[in-house]
Design a protein around this ligand. Sequence first.
Ligand code: PGA
Length: 285
Amino acid sequence: IIQFTNFMANSVFNDAYDLSFNYEKIPTEFYKNALEASKVVAKEIADLIRRKQAAGKPAVLGLATGNTPKLMYAELIRLHKEEGLSFKGVHTFNLDEYYPMQPDDINSYVRFMKTNLFDHIDIDMNNVNIPDGTIAKEDIAAFCQEYEAKIDAFGGLDIQVLGIGSNGHVGFNESGSHINSKTRLVALDYSTRYDARNDFGGLSKTPTVAISLGVHHIMNAKRVVLLAFGPGKTNIIHKACEGPVTEHVPASFLQTHPNVTFYLDEVAAAKLMKVQTPWLMGPVE
Ligand code: PGA
């Protein structure tokens, strides 16, 4: 009632009342289904690539794996094949890789990226960066520093694409990750391993550690787009968007990012205030 009264006071007495104002801590857009949302994100990436190419500059993309971005990659492939989108001059940095992991393993993220995107577009594979699951343990720290230095040399990522774990992880930055965490070897949460168990033929065969880009470089991206679809994401999207900013839910750090949007389907968005109680968010129409 207090918020509603404030809202009415704003609308009646403030001439400069901005119709776009709302109470979202993270801007969200939701669509009928995953395909529609994925097309919107693919178009944003395509526009960025074309803009950079026109300016003679590299486009630097931060990419994610998992089920969620597959339709978005399929749309990028379609844009390449049917609408002339070229990936010349595009540089990519993937978020993470299991460790240890051979690139040709069925579960490697190298394999994932080739199958779902790189094999079908004209990207120069020398411009593709994915954390290396084959390096010796004692070399991981230096590798991670180099990975970050390479991103920094471009002036940071132009856009970071993210999914979200059912526990709120981004990349493999699990609950407890610091907002300034660096690229590093991380222990995977039980929930993350549980979610991945079918890919590996059971929990006991699922990796326990991975190399992940830290939260710091995700937060440093000029633009962040997070995709989340389906009932498995409804609760965590609610927490990340409307709960407190907390390291228990690393995606909640994005509430402090200046240029982030969450792209959701209706199911993932179902618990958001703008779906449940839209009159708290802005003008009643
Ligand atoms: P998913 O994983 O896309 O397979 O749901 C997302 C994540 O764990 O970040």
